[in-house]
Design a protein around this ligand. Structure first.
Ligand code: SAH
Length: 393
C-alpha cells in the first residue's frame, strides 16, 4: 500500500487539468518516513485521490504516473511501453531501414522521469528521477519482453541525469544483455552510436526529421555543419548531393566520430572534411561566401533560467556570424535545444542577428522536435527543440 501525500486546499487544480507535476509548495502534509523515490498516492484536502506517482525532494515533489489507484508494477510499465511502441509503429519509425528512435519521452509518453532510446536491439534507458532509478529493473524486464520489439540489451545511463543530491550513485552499465553491435540505422543511413561514452544516450535522435529536410536542400551545395557531434547532418548532406561538406566541432572525439560515420556510409569520398575548432573562431576566420548551406546546432546555451540572458546573447552572436558569411542565396538551419529559451525568444535573437548584418532574410520552415518526442498538451514544458530554416539573400 502506498503512502498518501495530502495537498493544500485548492492546490489540486493543476492535477485536475492533467499536469503531471506536484510542486513542493502545494503539499499540506508528507507521510512519516517517506523516502525519496517512493511511490505515493496524492490526494486533495478532502481525501479524493488525484493520482499516484514518484516522490522526490526538490521543487518538483511528485511526478504523476497515473490517475487511478493501481500498482506501479511490471504490468503497468509493460502496458505503457506497449502503447509507446504502438505509437512508434504508427509513426512509421519501425522499419528495416530505420532502427533508431525514441521509444519513451518522459511526460510525453506518460512516464515522467524516464527516457528510452532504441538503437536496433539495444535500448538505452535514462532515469531523470529517483523513482525511475528504482524502477529500472522492472522497466528493463518489460523492455526485453515487449512483443515484437526484439530488444536484447538494456544499457542504463543515468550518471549525469539524476539529481546528484539524491545520493543514488547510479552506475552506467548493462542491466540486461551486453554490447553486441553499436551500428544503428536511421532513414537508411548507418551510424556508430557510442552510448557508453557519448553525450545524451549516444545520439541526437531528435534531429532525424530536420536532417531529412536538410538532405533536400543539399544538392549542389557547399555545406558547413557546425557543432557536428556524430556528423548526423553531414551524412545526410552527403547523400543529398552536396559538393563539399565541412564538419566542425570543438571536441576531437566528435570529429573522429563524424569521420567514422562518413566512412561507414561514403567510404573514400573526398567531399567531406572534419575539423576540430571552436565555432566562433571558425566562423570568424572563414571566408565570406564559402558556404551555401550552414547548420548551427549548438549545445544548450541555457541549462537554467538564470543563464537566459547570456544564452540569448550567445545565439545572437553565433547567428550574426553565420549571416555575415553565408553565400548569397544561402540557407541557414539554426537551432536551440535549451528548454529555458522560448520559441519567441529564440526567434527574436535570430531576428536581431539578421538585422545587425542588414541582409534580407526569410523564414522557410519553423522546426521542432519529431513525433517520437511527443509533448503532452497538458505539459508544455516538454517542448524544447526549436529551429528555423532561413533563406539569406
Ligand atoms: N548537431 C549534432 C548535435 C550537436 S551537440 C547532431 O545532430 O548530432 C553539440 C556539440 O557542440 C557537441 O558535440 C560539442 O562538442 C560541440 N561544441 C560545444 N561547444 C562548442 C564550441 N564552442 N565550438 C564548437 N563546437 C562546440
Amino acid at each position: 500500500m502506498y503512502k498518501d501525500i495530502v495537498l493544500k486546499r485548492g492546490k489540486e487544480d493543476s492535477l485536475l487539468r492533467f499536469h503531471p507535476w506536484v510542486f513542493s509548495g502545494a503539499i499540506a502534509t508528507l507521510p512519516d518516513g517517506l523516502e525519496e523515490g517512493e511511490t505515493v498516492r496524492v490526494t486533495a484536502s478532502d481525501g479524493r485521490l488525484l493520482g499516484i506517482g514518484h516522490y522526490e525532494i526538490g521543487s518538483i515533489a511528485v511526478r504523476i504516473l497515473d490517475s487511478r489507484d493501481i500498482a506501479l508494477d511490471e504490468a503497468f510499465y509493460a502496458s505503457r511501453l506497449a502503447e509507446a511502441w504502438t505509437l512508434r509503429q504508427r509513426l512509421g519509425l519501425v522499419r528495416s531501414d530505420n532502427s533508431t528512435f525514441r521509444l519513451v519521452h518522459g511526460e510525453g509518453d506518460f512516464l515522467p522521469g524516464c527516457v528510452i532510446d532504441i538503437y536496433g536491439s539495444t535500448a538505452v534507458l535514462q532515469a531523470h528521477s529517483p523513482g525511475m532509478h528504482y524502477a529500472r529493473h522492472i522497466i528493463s524486464r518489460a523492455l526485453v519482453d515487449l512483443p515484437g520489439a526484439g530488444i536484447k540489451n538494456v544499457y542504463y545511463k543515468s550518471e549525469t541525469t539524476l539529481p546528484f543530491k539524491a545520493r543514488l550513485d547510479p552506475v552506467n552499465d548493462y542491466i540486461t544483455g551486453a554490447f553486441d553491435t553499436n551500428i544503428a540505422i536511421e532513414n537508411g543511413l548507418k551510424f556508430n552510436i557510442d552510448w557508453l561514452k557519448g553525450q545524451k544516450t549516444g545520439f541526437f535522435v531528435d534531429q532525424r526529421d530536420n536532417r531529412a529536410l536538410l538532405e533536400r536542400y543539399s544538392n549542389g551545395a557547399r555545406v558547413l555543419n557546425m557543432f557536428c557531434y556524430t556528423g548526423g547532418f553531414s551524412v545526410y548532406a552527403m547523400r543529398g548531393g552536396a559538393t563539399l561538406v565541412h564538419s566542425v566541432d570543438s571536441s576531437a572525439k566528435a570529429v573522429a566520430l563524424t569521420d567514422a560515420n562518413i566512412a561507414l556510409n561514403f567510404p573514400g569520398d573526398s567531399r567531406h572534411k572534419a575539423v576540430a575548432e571552436d565555432a566562433f573562431r571558425y566562423l570568424g576566420d572563414m571566408e565570406k561566401g564559402a558556404y551555401d548551406l550552414i547548420i548551427l546546432d549548438p549545445p544548450a546555451f541555457a541549462k537554467h533560467r538564470s543563464a537566459l540572458n547570456n544564452a540569448l546573447r550567445g545565439y545572437r552572436r553565433l547567428n550574426a556570424a553565420a549571416f555575415e558569411k553565408i553565400a548569397p542565396g544561402g540557407i541557414l538551419f539554426t537551432f536551440s535545444c535549451s528548454q529555458a529559451v522560448s520559441r519567441e525568444q529564440f526567434r527574436l535573437a535570430v531576428f536581431s542577428a539578421a538585422a545587425s548584418t542588414g541582409r534580407r532574410v526569410r523564414i522557410l520552415h519553423q522546426l521542432t522536435q519529431p513525433a517520437d518526442h511527443p509533448v503532452s498538451i497538458y505539459h508544455p514544458e516538454g517542448e524544447y527543440l526549436k529551429g528555423l530554416v532561413l533563406y539569406v539573400e
